[in-house]
Design a protein around this ligand. Structure first.
Ligand SMILES: Nc1ncnc2c1ncn2[C@@H]1O[C@H](COP(=O)(O)OP(=O)(O)OP(=O)(O)O)[C@@H](O)[C@H]1O
Ligand SMILES: [Mg+2]
Length: 166
């Protein structure tokens, strides 16, 4: 499958897309109940990684604030039966810090791990199942989905067909 790119004129549209992504992720957990789902959010500073994460976390049932884990490295949300972990590794100086915080325990069944600046934890964090690339486009954003597993390719193709009405 080709990588899929979606265009969003404003933040509201992008937040709606986050809700659709949450549906995809829940379908993935239904099909792969013993797996974690690791998503890398890639894009420049201010591209909208945290903004998109906020709508995903809220679509999983979180009602409060979603703050950027810039200093804490990770924020966790227990949203039974799922756990959602939001990482921001921008300020990580040494990937070994992640070993100390027990990073491997986060990548469990029914855990959604959303990572900003994942490249800073290279070698220590799990490989991604899905990369989400966010790029500036005029005043809006383009989002490209790069699924790494057959299940996600299938689920995302279905979503795309629904969006385009084919
Ligand atoms: N689709 C969009 N169109 C226009 N503006 C947007 C869109 N999505 C988000 N924004 C705005 O862009 C900014 C994105 O900030 P955000 O903190 O989400 O970026 P980030 O990628 O997480 O940055 P960082 O790398 O610093 O963590 C916010 O001010 C938000 O209101
Ligand atoms: Mg951010």
């Amino acid at each position: 499958m080709q990588n899929l790119t979606f265009s969003f004129k404003n933040e509201t549209q992008m937040l709606q897309f986050g809700t659709q992504l949450a549906v995809i992720f829940k379908q993935y957990f239904a099909k792969s109940p013993n797996n974690s789902l690791v998503v890398y959010l890639n894009g420049e500073l201010g591209a909208g990684k945290t903004t998109l994460t906020r709508s995903i976390v809220q679509a999983f049932g979180h009602t409060g604030n979603v703050k950027s884990p810039t200093y804490t490295l990770v924020e966790e949300y227990q949203l039974s039966p799922y756990s959602v972990y939001h990482f921001d590794l921008y300020r990580l100086s040494d990937p070994e810090e992640l070993e100390f915080m027990g990073i491997r325990d986060y990548f469990q069944a029914q855990s959604l791990c959303l990572l900003e600046w994942a490249e800073k934890g290279k070698g220590v964090i799990a490989e991604s199942n899905l990369d989400i690339q966010i790029d500036y486009a005029d005043e809006g954003r383009n989002i490209t989905l790069l699924p790494k597993t057959a299940e996600l390719v299938e689920i995302i193709t279905q979503l795309n067909n629904e969006r385009t009405g084919t």
